[in-house]
Each structure stands twice: as C-alpha cells, then as structure tokens.
Design a protein around this ligand. Structure first.
Ligand code: MN
Ligand code: MN
Length: 317
C-alpha cells in the first residue's frame, strides 16, 4: 500500500483560520526527494524600483490560500490526487544584499531541481526569475517562456544596475537561458520612454502581445496560438501580478491601468495545459497596498490554477 499523496487540510478538519499557514494548508513535511511539485516562497524585494513590500508576498499568499479547495470545478483537474505536491518553505534570501540573494536563490533552485520536480514559486519581486531561470536552464537547457506582465522587464539596466526587477529577461537572453522564438509576453502596456520600448523583445524573436490586443475578448484563441508557438520543449510560466488591472490586483509595486482581467489571467494559465511546464511563478504581490487581501487571494488562486496545469495532472469527473 502506497501512502496517499499529501493533501490540503480540509475546512472540516481544522477551521480555515487555524493551523499552520502553509500554502493551501499542505502539511509541509514531505521529503523533497519524494515531490513532483515544490511550492516555494521567495521573500525578496531588493530589486523593486518603486513601492517595496513584495518580501511579504509569500506570507500574504499563504494566509489567503486557506480558502482554497483541492478540486478544480471548471477544469476538473485534481492536482493533489495526481501528483505529490507540498509547500517546501522559503528561500533564505539576504535582506542586506541583492547579489548574494540572487546567488542564494539560484543555489536553492539547483538543489530543488536535482530532484526531478517542477517548482511553483511565490514571489518576491520579478528579480527572482533570473536566478530561477539560471537553474532551469542548467537542468533543462534554454526554455520557452509565457510571461504575463504590464512591463517587458527587458531594460539593459536600472539606475546603472544590471540586476533589478525590470531587467531579468534581457539578462536571460544574454545568458542563453531562453529560446527566444518560444517566448511570448502578454499584457504589456502603459507609458514608456520611447516608441521603440517594446521593440528589443521583438528583435529577439519574442511575440509581444500588448494589452490593447487583449481588451474586450477571450484569450482562449491567443493561447491556442501560444501552444503552437511554444511546441513540445520545456516552458517556464512567469506571471507578474501587475499584468492584471490594479482594480483586481492593487497590492503591487508598479501598477499600470488598463490591465488584464482576473478571468483573462485564468484563461492564460488554463491555456498552458498541454505545454511541458517545468516551472511557474507568481511575483510582485505586495500585500501592504491592498487592505482587503484581495491581491493575495487572487495570487493564491492563480498559483492553484498553475498546479492544475502541471504535466501529469489528471482530471477526475
Ligand atoms: Mn515584472
Ligand atoms: Mn510588472
């Protein structure tokens, strides 16, 4: 008899406001070597350019995730029946040193990935995707990317610094971590410095979907095209919560109006089913700017939707 997979603690076993505050009230005790999926927190915000506070993202997301139940009523995915999934806690970032934190994050993910698992990460500001992609590429080679964001995050530098939350995808291309023809950036918008601000991405071969192409419509057809573009190779999903409109996700550091809806965000993630997803993240949640907790609640639900599209998750009628 094989031991059952770890399961979220149900609301009839312990009230939802009780128990240890792991993601979805998972036990948090599974040996890493037994895992198919590791849920990881990266409490880090030294790379933010405006409002700080994403260091509290993992804690906020875990707190709001208590309301989540294990079965997806829409897609019928049953991730906890299918796979061994647990919360493995946080990376010990260095709150006094950005570059040391980036090194620590990469080391931590290299260790996790050596166990042949998928990581689903709670940020943290978007700087964290660079060390995560370094570890991903070391394990899988250059990866495809689904990047949801108000911003392309391809600046050459910020205030003269090469590593910050607005530069990770420029560094990732330079370092050969991405397969540029298999990259899509969705939801980018807002004010810029020059008309060609998004063109560097396009010159690399990325598909850039500005938010105006998404307004007033379902993103199911877009994701059909994205799955064709990204094909069979390994894919990483990086979801900056500011890709959604600040009406839905005000708790973030660099909000931009006219963003994606919650429903469109769900369509993007559900549309990743069938891709060879090797990792995913939800970044830039800064709970202090949202007195309702709604941004963290949204993030927790989107992370759950990511768990539902990991390869190997089966549906249950
Ligand atoms: Mn970003
Ligand atoms: Mn952003």
């Amino acid at each position: 008899m094989v031991a059952p997979n770890p399961q979220p603690l149900g609301g009839n076993s312990m009230p939802r406001f009780g128990g240890i505050a792991s993601f979805m009230r998972l036990p948090g005790t599974t040996p890493v070597g037994d895992l198919d999926v590791a849920v990881v927190g990266v409490p880090f915000d030294l790379g933010t350019s405006n409002r700080p506070g994403a260091r509290f993202g993992p804690r906020g997301i875990r707190a709001e995730s208590v309301l989540l139940r294990p079965y997806n009523m829409a897609t019928r995915a049953a991730p906890f029946d299918s796979l061994v999934i647990d919360d493995v806690g946080d990376v010990a970032t260095n709150p006094y040193n950005l570059l040391d934190s980036v090194a620590r994050i990469e080391d931590h993910y290299r260790g996790l990935l050596s166990n042949d698992l998928v990581t689903v990460s709670m940020g943290g500001d978007h700087t964290i995707v660079l060390p995560i992609l370094r570890a991903m590429a070391a394990e899988h080679g250059p990866v495809g990317l689904v990047h949801v964001d108000a911003h392309t995050d391809i600046n050459d530098d910020m205030f003269g610094e090469k590593i910050a939350h607005g530069t990770p995808f420029r560094r990732a291309v330079e370092e050969g971590l991405l397969d540029p023809a298999r990259v899509v950036q969705i939801g980018v918008r807002g004010t810029g410095y020059a008309a060609d601000d998004f063109d560097w991405s396009r010159q690399q071969g990325f598909r850039v979907v500005q938010v105006e192409e998404c307004w007033h419509r379902s993103l199911v057809p877009l994701m059909d095209e994205v799955r064709t573009q990204l094909g069979d190779g390994p894919v990483y999903l990086s979801f900056d919560v500011d890709g959604l409109d600040p009406a839905f996700a005000p708790g973030t550091g660099t909000p931009e109006i006219g963003g994606l809806t919650t429903i469109q965000g769900m369509e993007i993630i559900r549309g990743c089913r069938g891709l060879d997803l090797v990792g995913a993240d939800l970044v830039e949640v800064a709970p202090a700017y949202d007195t309702t907790g709604n941004t963290s609640l949204l993030a927790a639900n989107l992370l759950y939707e990511m768990l539902c599209v990991v390869p190997g998750v089966v549906t249950r009628a």
